[in-house]
Design a protein around this ligand. Structure first.
Ligand code: GLY
Length: 363
C-alpha cells in the first residue's frame, strides 16, 4: 500500500513516502542520508507519543540520533526558539554532510527546515510529518520559515528536504478538530486543480477521516502528487505555485481578525476562505453557482466550517477583514491577490478583483 512520489527538482530532487506504519521503515529510509550524528528535532507532544519508538528504529538501523525536544505550539516558530535550537544543533556534532530530522507538525518542520537551511550555510534535512496538515502541505515543497511580529512566515528560506516520510498511522492520535483542519488543505489541493480527486474525496472522505488505511493513504498521496507536480514546475512561486494559496487571502484575514486564537485553526480559516473565494468567483460571473454549492456541501458534510458565521464569538466586520488583507504578504502594489475559480479544479490567480465585490461576500 506504500506510495513513493518523486519531487523532480534536478539536483534537489527527493521522494515523498506515504504509507501506514512507515515509522517501522524510517531507519532504512533515512540511512542513506545519515552521515554522523543525526539531531532529531521534535516537540513535547510528539515526543510523548512517538519519540521512543522512532529513536528505537534509528538505533536499530545504526543511526546515532540526538533528540532535541522543543515546546509544542505556534510560539516555537520564532527567533527566540531558533536562537535556542541553533546551539543545540551545533552541539549535536552534525556537520555539512550530515542530516537533521524534523519529527512533528508544521511548526517543527518549518522551524527545523529553516535552521537546517542556515546552519553551516545549509545542512540536509528530512521531514517526518506527524499531522495531516504537514503531510499534505507544509512538509512538501521546501518552504521554511518562522513568524515575526510583522506577520507569519515572513523570515525563512526555500530549503528542500532530502526525503519526506508520511506515516498515516500517526494521524490516529490527532484530535478530530486538528485532523479536519488538515483535511481542509487536502480539499484545497483538489479544488484548485483536480476535479477527479475532488469527486474521490466526496465519496471517500469519511473513510479517510476515520483512518481506513487505503483511503487515508490515497488521500494523502494524491495531495502530495499534485503538490509535487506544482512545485516541480514552479519551485519559487513565480506563478502556478500561488494556486496553493486558494482560500488563504480570506483565511489569513480571518485568522488575523480572530487573533490567531483557538477560535479558528489555520485549516478552518482555509475552509471558510475557499468557500468565500468560490462565492466571490460566482459573484464575478466566473464560476457556476452549482460548483460553489458542491464545495460548500462537501465542507459541511465533513464537519468543516464554511461560513464566517461558523466562527464562534463576535463576527469580524468586512472592513477589518479587508484591512487585514491589504497587509497580507500576498498583496502586491496595494492590490489584493486572490485565487479565483471557474469551477471545481479550475483556478487562477487574479490581482484584479474590485474591492466592492469582496466587501459584498464578506457582508
Ligand atoms: N503552502 C503553500 C506552498 O507550499 O506553496
Amino acid at each position: 500500500m506504500n506510495v513513493v512520489i518523486p519531487v523532480s527538482l534536478g539536483t534537489r530532487s527527493y521522494d515523498i513516502h506515504v504509507g501506514p506504519d512507515l515509522m517501522a521503515e524510517a531507519g532504512r529510509l533515512l540511512k542513506p542520508f545519515a552521515h554522523g550524528p543525526v539531531p532529531v528535532v521534535t516537540d513535547t507532544n510528539v515526543a510523548f507519543l512517538h519519540l521512543d519508538r522512532f529513536l528505537g528504529v534509528l538505533h536499530d538501523a545504526g543511526i546515532a540520533a540526538k533528540p532535541i525536544i522543543l515546546d509544542a505550539g505556534e510560539g516555537t516558530k520564532s527567533f527566540a526558539w531558533l536562537e535556542r535550537l541553533m546551539p543545540q544543533l551545533l552541539a549535536s556534532g552534525v556537520d555539512r554532510g550530515g542530516l537533521i530530522v524534523a519529527l512533528g507538525g508544521g511548526v517543527i518542520g518549518d522551524l527545523t527546515g529553516f535552521a537546517a537551511g542556515i546552519l553551516k550555510r545549509g545542512v540536509a534535512f528530512a521531514q517526518i510529518p506527524t499531522t495531516l496538515l504537514s503531510q499534505v502541505d507544509s512538509s512538501v515543497g521546501g518552504k521554511t520559515a518562522i513568524n515575526v511580529p510583522e506577520g507569519k512566515n515572513l523570515v525563512g528560506v526555500f530549503h528542500q528536504p532530502s526525503i519526506v516520510i508520511a506515516d498515516t498511522n500517526m494521524l490516529g492520535t490527532l484530535p478530530r478538530r486538528e485532523l479536519l483542519s488538515g483535511y481542509a488543505e487536502l480539499v484545497k489541493t483538489a479544488a484548485l486543480g483536480n476535479e477527479a480527486y475532488f469527486s474521490w474525496l466526496e465519496a471517500h472522505a469519511s473513510d479517510a477521516l476515520n483512518g481506513k488505511p487505503e483511503a487515508i493513504v490515497h488521500a494523502v498521496a494524491e495531495a502530495c502528487r499534485m503538490k509535487a507536480a506544482i512545485v516541480a514546475r514552479d519551485e519559487r512561486e513565480a506563478g502556478e505555485r500561488a494556486l496553493l494559496n486558494l482560500g488563504h487571502t480570506f483565511g489569513h484575514a480571518l485568522e488575523t481578525a480572530t487573533g490567531f486564537s483557538d477560535r479558528l485553526l489555520h485549516g478552518e480559516g482555509v475552509a471558510i476562505g475557499m468557500a468565500l473565494a468560490f462565492r466571490l468567483s460566482a459573484k464575478l460571473g466566473l464560476c457556476p453557482q452549482g460548483d460553489v454549492d458542491r464545495l460548500l456541501a462537501h465542507l459541511k458534510a465533513t464537519g468543516l466550517p464554511s461560513e464566517i458565521a461558523d466562527i464562534p464569538g463576535e463576527r469580524p466586520s468586512a472592513e477589518v477583514l479587508i484591512a487585514a488583507m491589504s497587509h497580507d504578504k500576498k498583496a502586491k502594489d496595494g492590490k489584493l491577490i486572490f485565487v479565483l475559480a471557474r469551477g471545481i479544479g479550475q483556478t487562477f490567480v487574479s490581482a484584479d478583483v474590485p474591492v466592492d465585490a469582496v466587501r459584498e461576500v464578506l457582508g
